[in-house]
Ligand binder design. Structure first.
Ligand code: NAD
Ligand code: ZN
Ligand code: ZN
Length: 344
């Protein structure tokens, strides 16, 4: 079968590999659609030794069951499914509470991160990772599994602050951010302020229901403060889907006293934390900073429910498997709107 693999750090190429077999408890899925996540670029850019090579990338997967391995019940050939990408140990205190994204045994990883993913004709996954999607299109189901699930989880964590009439600043209206805007509009009564460097991304945010848009630039903080109020007031929640030094600087300067900064983007920026002994303080008092990771299976089921009633729809650009490397180059250059989805 065809597979798009990271064959060495930084090297992405399409190769022929044997079609894998479903082992005990596993299913072989015919891949229908795979979202291209910015995290894949971080994986490609990571130094040798952090991620295994060769590895088939692609951790936002939806497809059709091809064959089931020994012992699998409840799934049959032809069933359509979305894939929950995390594989926790299932036994630690976090996994037992359904928080496989906090597993204390298995380090951060999953399908397409620490074992072969979906950028291929087929992928083998544990049957326990599959969720039914009803009649949802596979191109819509795939991005829900990360671009939808990760912001949904971040919003769930921040929900105590997302009271009616509060405000949420969303920085980075790409794959995750454009889903975050819809999740906020569909599940909260907060004022949504979208921030991006790209005008096209801001236009998309407006179409999806953002109440205000701010183009990131030299005056970003002043422009956002004009909307949410100056310190000690500010945004009740900031969702940062970039996580670079400039966006973290914006986040800490516009978050309200007692607010929450949700650091989702993995660009590797630094957030200084210092109490108010000096002016200006790095963060307002009572503010919390959280680093959400992906989400839980239960949350993915809710995200799929939002997708099925069209309250959450990825804005997708479709590419065939051969053009996956090109899709990642466009993503790197900031030229993808919404999510690029590969349809093998
Ligand atoms: P993306 O490339 O689709 O979107 C990024 C958006 O940020 C783009 O619209 C871009 O124009 C905008 N942007 C870039 N620099 C900016 C700046 N300085 N100010 C304002 N906007 C800026 O990326 P994505 O796939 O949505 O992923 C976003 C980030 O989230 C990545 O770092 C990814 O690795 C990370 N991620 C984290 C998790 C997690 O569990 N924590 C899960 C998935 C993705
Ligand atoms: Zn991802
Ligand atoms: Zn565990």
């Amino acid at each position: 079968m065809r597979a798009v693999r990271m064959t060495a750090p930084g090297v992405l190429e399409q190769v022929e590999v044997p079609t894998p077999d479903a082992g005990p408890g596993e299913v072989l899925l015919r891949v229908g659609a795979v979202g291209t996540c910015h995290s894949d670029l971080h994986i490609l850019d990571a130094p040798a030794g952090i991620f295994p090579t060769p590895i088939t990338l692609g951790h936002e997967i939806a497809g059709t069951v091809d064959t089931v391995g020994p012992g699998v019940t409840g799934w049959s050939p032809g069933d359509r499914a979305a894939v929950y990408g995390i594989i926790g140990c299932g036994r630690c205190r976090a996994c037992l509470r359904g928080l496989e994204n906090q597993c204390r045994v298995v380090a951060v990883g999953g399908i397409g991160l620490s074992r072969d993913g979906g950028l291929a004709d087929h992928v083998v996954v544990p049957a326990s990772r599959l969720l039914h999607i009803g009649d949802l299109e596979l191109e819509q189901a795939a991005p829900l599994t990360d671009a939808g699930l990760t912001p949904y989880h971040a919003v769930e964590l921040a929900r105590p602050n997302l009271r009616p009439g509060t405000s949420c600043v969303v920085i980075g209206i790409g794959g995750l951010g454009h889903m975050a805007v819809q999740i906020l509009v569909a599940t909260t009564a907060v004022r949504v302020i979208a921030v991006d460097t790209s005008v096209a991304a801001l236009d998309l945010a407006t179409r999806l229901g953002a109440h205000e848009v701010v183009q990131a630039g030299p005056e970003t903080v002043e422009k956002i403060r004009a909307i949410v109020g100056p310190p000690p007031d500010g945004a009740d929640v900031v969702l940062d889907f970039v996580g670079a030094d400039p966006t973290l600087a914006t986040a800490r300067q516009v978050v309200a006293t007692g607010g929450r900064v949700m650091l989702v983007g993995l660009a590797g920026g630094t957030l200084p934390v210092r109490p108010v002994a000096e002016e200006p303080p790095t963060l307002p008092m009572e503010t919390s900073v959280e680093i959400p990771f992906w989400g839980t299976r239960a949350e993915l089921q809710e995200v799929i429910a939002l997708g099925r009633v069209r309250l959450l729809q990825a804005d997708v650009q479709i590419f065939p498997l051969e053009r996956a490397p090109e899709a990642y180059e466009l993503l790197r250059r900031g030229e993808i709107q919404g999510r690029a989805v590969i349809v093998p």
